[in-house]
Ligand binder design. Structure first.
Ligand SMILES: [Zn+2]
Length: 118
């Protein structure tokens, strides 16, 4: 797709020309339906089920942030609420995982030491 003002090549789906700021044809188009960002959905799923604790939650947060950035750029991309939910859930799971690690690991270390003494 080319900008109708300056003629430079611009990405499909962007709202404004990144070179001159002129609204692209995409922004004039009546959106009949928005596509939900796949990254936002992935973020929400990983937010609910982190698969691998900590790593899954970090992925959920990063997917959510990436999805939000994409949604802001592309007019026909939806799912910002889903992306935010993924970020929040990912953050909660990450904190819960980290706190449980802090609680669980020291007693485990002590148990090993006691086992060695016996
Ligand atoms: Zn332009």
């Amino acid at each position: 797709m080319y900008c109708s003002k300056c003629g430079k090549e611009i990405n499909e789906g962007v709202k404004f020309c990144p070179f001159c700021g002129f609204p692209s044809r995409e922004s004039f188009r009546v959106t009949t339906g928005t596509t939900t960002s796949g990254l936002a959905i992935a973020s929400l799923i990983l937010g609910i089920i982190p698969v691998i604790p900590i790593i899954g939650s970090i992925l959920a947060i990063s997917f959510g942030v990436k999805a939000r950035n994409k949604i802001k750029l592309y007019s026909d991309l939806g799912g910002e609420g889903i992306a935010i939910a993924g970020i929040i859930l990912g953050t909660i799971y990450l904190l819960v995982s980290l706190i449980s690690l802090i609680i669980v690991i020291p007693p485990l270390g002590r148990a090993k030491e006691q086992a060695r003494l016996l």
